[in-house]
Design a protein around this ligand. Structure first.
Ligand code: TA6
Length: 312
């Protein structure tokens, strides 16, 4: 395997926070803040933003950035004793100058490796040493790939357990014109009903009210079809069995201070995640979870991503 060299620019972002910019010759780009290891932008060759980022996002620690791709680790939501969605999304990450090699199956135009290790304070609330390596890559077809490698570096022989999500906020033209394929007929836990378990109906998912569901044992491929934009986002994932679908709708939006009241119409979270079966690592063990996002002209017809027809 040829040695890959990272190619990125280091720049100053909002409030002077450091950010990494990945660019390719046809104008596609991506941006990652070291604050949170947080992807805040992914643009296509026409310079169109593909991720939703709130105009009210507060780029100031410790408030996580609203929009883009927050990383939920080591805890999803309130499923544990830590702050909601864990602490990785509001820590300052570093560029990892010397990451272990990562085999890639697509040629990338630019990529960067980041690393997060626990602070002394983190060890007080979550007493585990870890190395969380994140590679963000912009592929030759404009696809955005995030690969997380989390290693248990405890020297006391203790294993640890975590839940995880790439809490991706997609930019959509109008939520009522969007449908999601690949999750129909699956079981889900409904966060709006004390995480009770239900089974999804057979049609593609459409949106007309608040939704907050954790779909279980999902296929490796999910499609988000934006009828108005004639654009389909394809989410491919590895090592991440679950998929969360979230839209706060009008009432909940008003209670979220860093989200515009009407912004729920232009966003949809579809989050590749490991929640139902938390990941346990013994010292020296490493887990890998990969997310690949692409945006293609809509050509999927309904049912093409029926989970029964998609290879796991
Ligand atoms: O992933 C869905 C969810 O857990 C919702 O329950 C929701 O409130 C949301 O994430 C946003 O969480 P945050 O902590 O970023 O406000």
């Amino acid at each position: 395997m040829a040695t890959e060299r990272p190619s990125f620019e280091l720049a100053k972002g909002i409030n002077g926070l450091d950010k990494i910019v990945l660019r390719e010759s046809r104008g596609r780009s991506a941006e990652v803040y070291l604050y949170g290891g947080h992807v805040t932008s992914w643009k296509n060759e026409n310079g169109e933003e593909l991720l939703y980022l709130s105009s009210k996002a507060i780029f100031k620690p410790p408030k996580p950035i609203r929009g883009g791709i927050p990383l939920c680790f080591p805890q999803f939501s309130n499923l544990g004793t830590l702050e909601s969605h864990g602490f990785a999304r509001n820590r300052i990450w570093e560029v990892d100058a010397n990451p272990p090699p990562l085999p890639s199956n697509s040629s990338s135009n630019g990529f960067v490796d980041l690393i997060l290790r626990p602070t002394e304070d983190d060890l007080k609330t979550w007493p585990h040493n870890f190395e969380f390596r994140l590679r963000v890559a912009l592929g030759s077809e404009g696809e955005l790939t995030l690969t997380s490698r989390i290693r248990n570096t405890n020297s006391d022989g203790k294993q640890f357990t975590f839940t995880f999500a790439y809490h991706t906020y997609f930019s959509v033209s109008d939520i009522s014109e969007v449908r999601v394929e690949g999750l129909e007929t699956l079981d889900y836990l409904d966060n709006l009903k004390n995480r009770e378990r239900f089974t999804e109906q057979g049609d593609a998912i459409t949106f007309e009210s608040e939704i907050d569901k954790i779909y279980l044992s999902t296929p490796t491929k999910i499609a988000i079809l934006d009828h108005e934009k004639k654009r389909t986002f394809v989410v491919r994932k590895d090592g991440l069995a679950d998929a969360v679908v979230w839209n706060p709708w009008d009432k909940k939006s008003k209670s979220i201070s860093d989200l515009g009241d009407e912004d729920y119409k232009q966003m949809l979270c579809v989050e590749a995640a490991a929640i139902e079966r938390p990941i346990t690592l013994k010292p020296g063990e490493e887990w890998k979870g990969r997310l690949e996002l692409s945006a293609v002209p809509s050509s999927y017809s309904s049912g093409q991503l029926d989970p029964k027809k998609v290879l796991q």
